[in-house]
Write a protein that binds this ligand. Structure first.
Ligand code: DX5
Ligand code: ZN
Length: 227
C-alpha cells in the first residue's frame, strides 16, 4: 500500500474517528468521505502511554472492509510492537508510533514496512524533530502532534508551526498534522509545509461531509494563494 508515497505535493484530509459515534463507525466514515476525505485516521490508546482508552485491532479489522479509504492507525500505546502484527493483519494501510513508546525504533519501523504498511513516527509537542534524523530513511511520513496525545477537542499549539518548518528542511516525506486542526489552523500548517490534515472534533461537530470539505478546502487555499 502506498498512500503517503504517492501523495506528491497534494494537500489531503481525513477524519479522526476518535470524535465519531463509535456505534456507527462505518457510516461516520462514509459521511467524511463524501466531504473529500482521502484516508481515515484511527486512534488507538491504551491508558498507559496516554490517559485514555479507545479502540484496537479488532475494531480496525471490522472497519477496513467497510471503507475503500486507507485506514491510518495512530498507536498511542506503550510497546506498540506487540500490537503491530494484529493491526497489519487487520489490513490497515499505515501505522504511526511514538518513539518514546518503543525501545528499538528501527526494528519497529521495519516491522511495519515488512508487513506491507507505511510507517510513520508521531512527535509529541516537545519531542524535537532532530530526534528522528537517523530514522528518516525508514519512514514514509512524519506525524506532528499539535496537541498532547490522548484527547480530542484540544487547542492547537502554535509553536508546532516552527516544528513543521524545521521538519520540512530535514525531509521530503509527507508531514501529517493531528490536533486542533480546523478551518483556521489548516491553512497555517499547510503554509508551514504540512500536507496531510487530520481533524476530529472539527469534522464531527456538525455535518461531517460539509466540515471535512471546508477543512480540506481551507488547507488547499494556502497552497493556491502561494502563501
Ligand atoms: C489526539 C488524537 C487525535 C484527535 C484529534 O490524541 O491523536 O487524532 O482525535 O482531535 P481534534 O481534531 O479534535 O483535536
Ligand atoms: Zn491521532
Amino acid at each position: 500500500m502506498s498512500f503517503f508515497s504517492r501523495l506528491g505535493d497534494r494537500v489531503v484530509g481525513g477524519p479522526s474517528i476518535l470524535a465519531a459515534n463509535f456505534a456507527c463507525l462505518a457510516e461516520e466514515v462514509r459521511k467524511a468521505r463524501e466531504g473529500g476525505a482521502s484516508f481515515v485516521h484511527f486512534d488507538a490508546m491504551d491508558n498507559h502511554f496516554v490517559p485514555n482508552l479507545t479502540i484496537g485491532p479488532l475494531v480496525a479489522a471490522s472497519l477496513v472492509p467497510e471503507t475503500d479509504l486507507p485506514v491510518d492507525a495512530h498507536l498511542m500505546v506503550q510497546n506498540p510492537d506487540s500490537l503491530i502484527p494484529a493491526f497489519l493483519e487487520a489490513g490497515v494501510a499505515s501505522i504511526s508510533i511514538h518513539p518514546e513508546a518503543v525501545t528499538h525504533l528501527h526494528r519497529t519501523l521495519s516491522m511495519i514496512r515488512e508487513g506491507g504498511a507505511e510507517a510513520g513516527v508521531a512527535l509529541n509537542p516537545t519531542t524535537p524533530p532532530e530526534s528522528i534524523e537517523w530514522a528518516l530513511p525508514y519512514l514514509d511520513f512524519v506525524l506532528v502532534m499539535s496537541v498532547n496525545p490522548g484527547f480530542g477537542g484540544q487547542s492547537f499549539i502554535p509553536e508546532m508551526l516552527d516544528k513543521i518548518r524545521r521538519l520540512k528542511e530535514m525531509t521530503d516525506v509527507p508531514i501529517q498534522v493531528d490536533g486542533g486542526i480546523n478551518v483556521e489552523t489548516a491553512p497555517a500548517v499547510v503554509e508551514a509545509g504540512a500536507r496531510v490534515l487530520v481533524a476530529g472534533s472539527a469534522v464531527y461537530k456538525g455535518d461531517p461531509a460539509t466540515e471535512m470539505r471546508r477543512i480540506i478546502d481551507s488547507g488547499r487555499s494556502a497552497v493556491a494563494e502561494g502563501r
